[in-house]
Design a binder for this molecule. Structure first.
Ligand SMILES: Nc1nc2c(ncn2[C@@H]2O[C@H](COP(=O)(O)OP(=O)(O)OP(=O)(O)O)[C@@H](O)[C@H]2O)c(=O)[nH]1
Ligand SMILES: [Mg+2]
Length: 461
């Protein structure tokens, strides 16, 4: 199936477009050739057929003789709508009862309940946007931070698609030259210069590598940065968690070994979502339960994107801190060495410690001292680079899969050129690469692929 094919959906679909539950208003949306006709059947007011696109009409929704609600009906006539079909939106008062009643009446009048993502799927199949852009619609709805919003917006507006299409077009040019060679196989001509092809593929590989690399950032902004707060018992980990969250989430006490299981919550720093995980203090466990807690701490540390390692400056000696620092370094996970309870130290003592451990950030979790500095260091530690400048960032696993496959096939092409393989082999690989890139934007699709993507949407989208 191709996206550019003319699609003829005979049925008209309906779904609630606003969230379930009580609200000031709720919207029921229809899309399809009979939208206006079906809406007209339950609407008392102006005759909706023959009205201009992008007009709003006041009237009543009726069930036989009884009035269900007073509503506003918005008309979007094909192709000037989200789905490029006739779309009717009925804005009712936001009662779940009214909304359900309106949907039921429309179903009775000949509409069909929309499947998950069906509105967006129709928009895609009718050429409103490409597949990557359609996927961005879902991301946009789910965006809950400045960074996720920005990445989804960029993708929806076609930034990522343009990049993939440009890569694809460059390849198509060479692929067609090579295919042409095959037509003249007997004459032994070379239309596509191998040196030129090598250069092109090297460039493409660089672009693709950059996109793949951006996924680390994409993943971080989409799923939040798992940040583990670890350290010895009583270092002040739970106090720090509470300070960061501005909420008394974890129990704090002067008894070492207070936290036994991990506790987590999320906050946004500079538009990025960080998931802070407070853990059980690491020491020789005193009982079975503490032992399990400590094992969990270690597992969490290994899976973290960043570790905040807290030391109690009142208690821990330099030698001890040095040993802990070495262990952290050996783990190979980005970490911040943080000295807590600075409020209990004289400034001369703090100076000495800073000289011994220049990389350490000294804070006071309970007095909220240097917490902003800690946040700033965290942002720097996750290496988001300059993604805010509007660079294309890949946030979708499916896209990464397509890019990785393209990368592998292009490697084969390069190797083939090196080994002076014949044009037909190169052509085969190039076609494969074009296929993988085409799947990203939806120039090449299958029923399964589409089903997979749109099923993840909610109904009404
Ligand atoms: N003076 C001072 N006391 C602090 C600071 N941070 C924490 N404390 C105190 O240190 C004690 C231990 O704090 P917690 O936050 O429970 O320490 P923890 O690291 O979570 O301890 P466990 O859960 O037992 O591993 C409590 O009495 C806190 O009030 C600080 O910055 N300054
Ligand atoms: Mg604790």
């Amino acid at each position: 199936m191709s996206a550019s094919a003319v699609n003829d959906f005979n049925d008209t679909i309906v779904a609630l477009a606003t969230p379930r539950g009580v609200g000031a208003i709720g919207i029921v949306r229809l899309s399809g050739p009979r939208s206006i006709d079906i809406a007209n059947g339950i609407f008392k007011g102006k005759d909706l057929s023959g009205q201009a696109s992008h007009t709003i009409h006041f009237g009543k929704i009726v069930d036989g003789e009884s009035i269900v609600d007073e509503v506003l009906v918005s008309l979007f006539i094909a192709p000037r709508s989200f789905t490029k079909e006739d779309v009717v939106e009925i804005s009712t008062h936001g009662s779940p009862f009214i909304l359900e009643k309106v949907v039921k009446l429309l179903l009775k009048n000949g509409a069909r309940l929309a499947k998950a993502g069906e509105f967006t799927q129709r928009a895609f199949l009718n050429g409103q946007f490409d597949l990557a852009q359609a996927e961005a619609v879902a991301d946009l709805i789910n965006s809950d931070s400045e960074a996720t919003h920005m990445a989804a917006m960029h993708q929806m507006r076609g930034g990522f698609s343009r990049k993939i299409k440009a890569l694809r077009e460059e390849l198509i040019h060479f692929a067609s030259m090579i295919e042409l060679e095959l037509d003249f196989a007997e004459e032994d001509v070379e239309f596509a210069s191998r040196a030129g092809l090598t250069e092109l593929i090297n460039n493409l590989q660089k672009e693709i590598a950059k996109l793949i690399e951006s996924f680390t950032v994409g993943n971080v902004i989409k799923n939040g940065v798992p940040t583990v707060i670890a350290g010895k018992p009583n270092a002040g980990k739970s106090t720090l968690l509470n300070t960061l969250l501005e909420e008394e989430k974890a129990i704090v006490s002067d008894i070492p070994g207070t936290t036994r299981d991990f506790i987590e919550d999320e906050i946004h720093i500079d538009g990025i979502s960080f998931r802070f995980i407070d853990t059980a203090g690491i020491r020789e466990a005193r009982d079975k339960i503490e032992a399990i807690g400590i094992e969990r701490t270690k597992a969490r540390m290994k899976a973290a994107s960043v570790i905040i390692y807290l030391v109690d400056l009142c208690k821990e000696r330099a030698q001890e801190i040095r040993e802990e620092n070495e262990k952290l370094q050996a783990m190979g996970i980005p970490y911040l060495l943080v000295g807590n309870k600075s409020d209990k130290l004289e400034s001369s003592e703090l100076d000495t410690i800073q000289k011994q451990f220049p990389g350490m950030i000294c804070i006071s979790a309970s007095d909220e001292w240097h917490i902003d500095q800690l946040k700033q260091e965290l942002i720097e530690r996750i290496h988001l680079g300059d993604f805010k400048t509007g660079d294309t960032i890949v946030t979708n696993l499916r896209h990464i899969d397509g890019l990785t496959k393209t990368q592998a096939v292009l490697d084969d092409v390069l190797q083939g050129i090196g080994n002076q393989v014949t044009g037909d082999f190169l052509a085969m690989d190039l076609r494969q690469a074009l296929h993988h890139l085409g799947e990203i934007t939806g120039e090449i699709t299958t029923e399964d692929l589409l089903g997979n993507i749109f099923n993840k949407f909610c109904i009404g989208k």
